[in-house]
Write a protein that binds this ligand. Structure first.
Ligand code: GCU
Length: 391
């Protein structure tokens, strides 16, 4: 089997594992059985076979405001920087969070939280964001289009972001010996169901939420977790592991994220495990070229968010991430949302390009390529208004 495929006619015939059936074969007919039994079973399967098990909140976790609130974004926001220390050590592992609070809205406000790829200074041209060692003035705002900070605070939301490399370097050779993993044990002692880097990054997002629980400006019960691409895989897994996240957004997350593995369209399980062996747990390798042996598929990951609102977004030219497979995951999670008494995904077919479909599950396929754009953000804000702003 090739390691990737762009030909729809070569998508193998497949049958998705049943969502509404317990491991012992009995049907899940009511919300209570989903909540008390089936959800745990599905979560366990993803832990042991896909992402790996992660630790809980560290006892020594603490928060240090490293830069007090100052006006930013032309007065539309106030900026704060916070270091989240994972251990008691003064110079030990920590992540640096950048936080924009909307100036005109009195808290507690709903918030978007997401990891960034290239460092906090890249998310806005704001000259007040602290540069890290090695950062250049010219790095400022390099990824601003992907964050749309002005639009977000203008609509009454806070925005919080952290460079994902603070939690763990995205490095297939040294990730586990240099990142948060090493706090929990030696890199060569990680079991086959031990956490990979996606689980580690998601764990960091939960630590950001721990901070929100300690402050009044943010409503920690209205936090939307968002991520793009590998960080979209991360936001989904973070939302599955931590039900405190009120809303979950996957932007172009593809293989190991929102896309159905069994379609093996675009990137495949074998390909992703080969290129990025540190992202998932070792057990995931069992399914290289054998997607149909997986006890789960990614529609079950989307269903783990239920009944919380979840949004899956694709881009038309992003065939590597399999837009159709992303849509089908969202659609196949719909029965769980309905069982829990909420609307699922209204679109019975893949919606036309640039026409979002928004129920309790949202989906769109945007024109253009693998990216996060103003169009995507506008949809996420509309979706958040619908679900987080109504009393
Ligand atoms: C690679 C990888 C994808 C991933 C993407 C990204 O293309 O194959 O799985 O989503 O990087 O994170 O940008």
């Amino acid at each position: 089997m090739a390691q990737f495929n762009y030909d729809e006619s070569k998508v193998p015939a497949y049958k998705l594992p049943p969502l509404l059936q317990l491991n012992d074969g009995s049907p899940v007919k009511d919300a209570a059985t989903w909540k008390k039994k089936r959800r745990d079973e599905v979560l366990e399967l993803f832990r042991s076979e896909v992402y790996g098990r992660r630790p809980g909140r560290p006892e020594a976790l603490r928060f240090e405001v490293t830069r007090k609130d100052e006006p930013a974004l032309g007065g539309k926001a106030s900026r704060r920087e916070v270091r989240v220390h994972f251990t008691a050590a003064e110079n030990g592992p920590a992540m640096n969070m950048l936080l924009y609070l909307p100036a005109k809205d009195r808290g507690p406000v709903p918030t978007f939280l997401g990891l960034n790829f290239r460092g906090n200074p890249t998310i806005s041209k704001d000259p007040g964001i602290t540069l890290r060692k090695g950062d250049k003035e010219s790095d400022r705002g390099g990824s601003a289009g992907r964050w749309q900070a002005d639009m977000i605070v203008g609509r009454g939301y806070a925005l919080a972001t952290i460079w994902y490399g603070d939690i763990e370097p995205d490095d297939k050779r040294n990730a586990f010996s240099r990142g948060i993993h090493k706090v929990y044990g030696p890199a060569d002692k990680i079991p086959a169901d031990g956490w990979g880097s996606i689980a580690a990054w998601g764990w960091g997002l939960s630590r950001a939420l721990d901070y929100f629980e300690t402050i009044d400006e943010i409503d920690h019960k209205r936090v939307a977790v968002i991520g793009h691409s590998r960080l979209g895989k991360t936001s989904l897994w973070a939302g599955a592991e931590d039900e405190r996240f009120a809303l979950v957004i996957s932007n172009d997350s593809g293989c190991g994220g929102a896309a159905l593995s069994r379609r093996a369209f675009g990137e495949t399980v074998k390909r992703i495990n080969t290129s990025f062996p540190h992202w998932f747990c070792d057990n995931f390798n069992k399914y290289n070229g054998r997607e149909s042996d997986l006890p789960v598929d990614q529609h079950m990951l989307i269903a783990l968010m239920a009944p919380r609102p979840v949004y899956v977004a694709s881009a038309a030219k992003d065939r590597w991430a399999d837009p159709r497979g992303e849509y089908l995951s969202a659609k196949n999670a719909d029965p769980v949302y309905r069982l829990l008494g909420t609307e699922g995904l209204p679109a019975d077919r893949m919606p036309p390009i640039d026409k979002p479909s928004m129920g309790r599950i949202g989906y769109h396929i945007r024109s253009g390529g693998h990216d996060v754009t103003a169009f995507d953000w506008k949809a996420y804000l509309d979706f958040a208004d619908k679900h987080l702003k109504t009393p």
